[in-house]
Design a protein around this ligand. Sequence first.
Ligand SMILES: [Mg+2]
Length: 132
Amino acid sequence: MINQNNDSETLRILLVEDSEDNVLVMQLYLKKFPYRLDVAENGQVGVDMFKQAKYDLVLMDIQMPIMDGYEATREIRRFEGEQGRSKAPIIAVTAHASEENHRMVLEAGCDDFITKPVPKAKLLEAIQRVAT
Ligand SMILES: [Mg+2]
């Protein structure tokens, strides 16, 4: 789903998330901010959308059908490498806070991770870290 806000100054965020409830929560959290939020419903759609546009930030769910967040992140990093593009920040949004999970998302190429359920303040903090 492509949001129609085309202001070039707007921070463009790609949310890759299969849960409609989680998408609604994120949309609600970010409603009042000048961010353009595009949503992909699984990793494959996320990779395809990433290749079509320039995103300032990717919020990547891990557990998704068709292609999970690890694979989608690796695909995005591979694509950036092929294109000689600088790396877009990717924040994993994961249901598991274990050390093992943390290691796996970083190995896949994510820069950071936040744990579900994501409090609004945590999300805004994570966005601020890459937006400034
Ligand atoms: Mg999921």
